[in-house]
Design a protein around this ligand. Structure first.
Ligand SMILES: NC(=O)c1ccc[n+]([C@@H]2O[C@H](COP(=O)([O-])OP(=O)(O)OC[C@H]3O[C@@H](n4cnc5c(N)ncnc54)[C@H](O)[C@@H]3O)[C@@H](O)[C@H]2O)c1
Length: 335
């Protein structure tokens, strides 16, 4: 049994805390406010995210950074991406050299264009860092529905350590040394999921053909950018690439997909974000993806149109027309 902490009490943080506690590990969850910690301790549930699910009583909750991270075998970072840097800065004084951390957050920081592990490595250079990513909706993981995921780190011993800790008969963990490819897959697919949701939201005018085209051309542009940045091409064909793209574009559990549907139905971007009510990572990653495309000379036509819809008020219908009317070209061009 290991001593573990989960930093962040959103849907994903809590699903993983329940999973790890169920495997017999001692789990402490850090909540971003005292009220949230007290509420979780009292209610032992999150009815909005997980109706009918009761959390084990032996999970501990705290709002103290020191209590959350001191003496832990592994720390699981699970705050939404806009909070990763400031949370890492806040825990830094309490971390031992060589502390093992795995981050499960997906997203690219807008100002720096850094992935989540790059942020942690910059803020916590003395720690060992891995990422855990894949097609893994919290709503299914918390109910022990079979799921597969990838533990990625340049530190292969750490990737295997994470694999050992999370592995269960209903939770299969693979390892990868392509941390960048795994993280880019998990972040860039959220932008494509917004686009795919918009196709669904526009109703009868666009059908399954257009959605299949959007997903396929989406993985094509994700792969194009990721390989230019130094990721392995095959990683984008794996669980954290095409696997996560499929689940995010097809599932109503995906908040990016749901936000896309609302925008496709004619809601403004602000209205859609409010109605979804949780952090829509694709909204943040859309601009960052464009920044990366410019930096590395990659072509991201779908991501460009999503940016025009989100930030310039372009209609999703006009965006699809413009994508269809782009210059003629062969299907496979970048490799
Ligand atoms: N929900 C899923 O099924 C799922 C699956 C895989 C990965 N993820 C990723 O995990 C990350 C978290 O997702 P989630 O579903 O738990 O999101 P959520 O919206 O349910 O939770 C948001 C998180 O941000 C934290 N937070 C809120 N305000 C904060 C503040 N002021 N300071 C610090 N932290 C604060 C909360 O503690 C919470 O952990 C995202 O990057 C998401 O893409 C989610």
């Amino acid at each position: 049994m290991k001593k573990l902490s989960v930093i962040g009490c959103g849907a994903w943080g809590m699903a993983l805390a329940v999973h790890l506690a169920g495997l017999g590990h001692g789990v402490t969850v850090w909540a971003h406010s005292e009220e949230a910690a007290a509420e979780l301790k009292k209610q032992r549930s999150m009815p909005a995210a997980f109706p009918g699910v009761e959390f084990p009583e032996y999970i501990r909750y705290t709002n103290s950074y020191e209590t959350a991270v001191t003496g832990m075998d592994l720390i699981v970072f699970a705050v939404a991406s806009p909070f990763t840097r400031k949370t890492a800065e806040a825990v830094r004084p309490f971390l031992a050299d060589g502390q093992r951390i795995v981050i499960v957050t997906k997203g690219i920081e807008e100002e720096t264009l850094m992935t989540q592990t790059e942020i942690l490595r910059e803020v916590l250079p003395e720690c060992r860092i891995a990422a855990l990513s894949g097609p893994t909706h919290a709503e299914e993981v918390i109910r022990r529905m079979p799921t597969a995921i990838v533990a990625a780190s340049k530190d292969t011993e750490l990737a295997e350590y994470v694999q050992d800790i999370f592995m269960a008969p209903y939770f299969r963990v693979y390892t990868s040394d392509d941390e960048l490819g795994v993280e880019l897959g998990g972040s860039l697919k959220n932008v494509i999921a917004l686009a795919s949701g918009m196709i669904d939201g526009m109703g009868d005018a666009f059908g399954d053909n257009m959605k299949a085209a959007m997903m396929t051309r989406g993985i094509h542009e994700m792969r194009g950018l990721a390989t230019k940045m130094g990721a392995k091409e095959e990683t984008l064909s794996g669980l954290s690439g095409i696997g996560d793209l499929i689940v995010t574009c097809m599932s109503m559990h995906s908040r990016n997909h749901r936000a896309g549907i609302l925008i496709g139905q004619g809601k403004s971007c602000d209205e859609a974000m409010k109605e979804v009510g949780q952090v829509v990572e694709g909204y943040y990653s859309a601009r960052s993806a464009l920044g990366l495309a410019r930096k590395y000379g990659a072509s991201l036509p779908i991501t460009e149109e999503v940016n025009r819809i989100l930030f310039e008020g372009k209609s999703p219908r006009d965006a699809v027309v413009d994508l269809m009317l782009r210059e003629k070209k062969p299907e496979m061009q970048f490799i």
